[in-house]
Design a protein around this ligand. Sequence first.
Ligand code: PLP
Length: 337
Amino acid sequence: MSTIDWNNLKFSYFQTKCYVQYTYKDGKWSDCEYVEEPYLKMHVASTCLHYGQAAFEGLKAYRGEDGQVRVFRPEENAKRLQRSAERLCMEPVPTEVFLDAVDKVLQSNIDFLPPYGYGASMYMRPLLIGTGARMGVQPSDEYTFILLVVPVGSYYKGGLQSVPALVMEDYDRAAPMGTGNVKAAGNYATGMLPGIMANDQGYPINLYLDAKEHKYIDEFGTSNFVGIKGDSYITPNSAAVLPSITNMSLMTLAEEMGMTVEKRNVNFDEITDLDGIAACGTAVVVTPISHIDKAGKTYKPAKEGIHSRFQDLYTRMQEIQLGQCDDKYNWCHIVAT
Ligand SMILES: Cc1ncc(COP(=O)(O)O)c(C=O)c1O
């Protein structure tokens, strides 16, 4: 019998039964290995340790109202990990291996998957690292792909809540032709300092502007930027932002709701002209932003309160993820249990 307190899960490491691991060696991927110890034994000269040859992903599995286990768009995470791998000269994980890992890790850790009704879910963390020994700066000849899972709680216990954000003017996230559009582990190491500085000043999240002119909006530390104006869903088309799977899905849903999607440069000064602004990503789907502070000045969207479009988009996403409506785009991968 489970002794997990499903009501009080946080977003933190939680030891489950096992993670799954695949190794690329001598030109081929191994079969799935189930690992119970939460440690890795690797060569001290592994490229992930010295040269940051590491990329990761983040996705979620949900127990639906009908009892089925749904994973939201895992093929898209597989593709994004392949793009990250190519940019970092790593061996891409084939989609079949990625999906095999998704099924196997959930089937083995099924007792840790939060039941329907708690707003909780299973966060899945795919990780690809260079584990071959190299002294010079060059790609590894061996890679390890891991998928670990942790049950996580609901971010919103009493409905959507808005938060303030801060622009960290002295830090850039990604150069225009850098690695911002892939999920390289190193992007997150360099984002920790500005993230912590924003948190220390009372802002849960920070916004980055484009690194070249500091004029256009790029994205938040770990989520994309979305603005609503009239019937338009507006999101930056910067080449330096991570293509969010949540954002991509919300764009489809916004169009379905009769909105027009505008993917274009968004000038920071436009914020006061937008009716509502939000951050979007797997962790919380949509986080409305009350205002953004920059150089001691506050920028607020034109309308007070949480824009009803954000509530509608959030509800629609949840219904799809929990199997409460027809999955007409075939976004959910059902895991046989
Ligand atoms: C920098 C960054 N932007 C956006 C996102 C949101 O992407 P997704 O919706 O695929 O979770 C994430 C999280 O993965 C992120 O780290």
